[in-house]
Design a protein around this ligand. Sequence first.
Ligand SMILES: [Zn+2]
Length: 320
Amino acid sequence: MGIRDWGLGIGEGHGRSQFPIPNPQCLPLTMPELPEVETMRRDLEALADQAVVARVQVLDEKVIQGSARAFARGLKGRRFVSFGRRGKVLILGLEPQAGRGLVTAPTPDVVLLAHPRMTGHWLGLEPEHELSRFARVVLHLDSGRRLVFDDSRRFGRLELVRGNCDDACLLRNIGADALQVDEAALGAWLSRKRVAIKVALLDQRGVSGIGNIYASEILFRIGLDPRTPSCRVTKAEVAAIARETERVLGESIEYRGTTLMNYRTANGDQGAFRRKLRVYGHEGEPCRRKGCGGTVKRIVQGGRSTYFCSHCQRTGRRRR
Ligand SMILES: [Zn+2]
């Protein structure tokens, strides 16, 4: 892996990790979901708002969507001005650095999209911190701080687009954000699907941002069997899904996400929501719903683990 540097100088020493990979928890390997990406978004805003990218190092071109050279040239000299997100995709706006006497451009002219996929995350490193061996892209800020896209499994992607980002590769087939679910649209979409509701909730074309952990948690909280065919989910259940999605994801954001094997926030720490999970990772334990008496089971749906209680999670009896 060669170090590419399109910046003001050549790449510096590529030392080993300041932040070792955390000890594997009892949770299976899983990936960042909306709360983790929202936590990254907030951390990045705190770390980089109004910072100028002085230099760009692409250590691994695989994580760049399109030309790495154009990516680096497009970012250099621009200032971070907005920090958005849709589902699990970060949408970071940059504008040209205003020179003396120049008026700052009113809107971002370049957008940096970042999809963490399995193990991607951002770290904010001070000058004394060393890069991990999984560092893929380093943005040197004018403050001396570095923003590092770190990704052990290299499925994460960064994409730089000019102007409108609606046509960006990373936003193709991404539905409405899970924190802004439109019940009617979700109901209409589910009514056309024949797959199990758990599988449908993971399909980012319907709702973007719900992943494997939260899909199990949401369905447990509303008492719906994850094997229920999507087209049989009732209107009342759609409303409950929308409500609990917002509640569960909102709570998790407050706790800075869930502790996952390969996920850390931009400050290098781990999310604390794991302790709040009611079914995910609790196979064989008594169901936590008061008076249920059932046992949490694990099944595999669409190649992914689903945790649920078959005693209190039922298929809706009412048809729409
Ligand atoms: Zn139960």
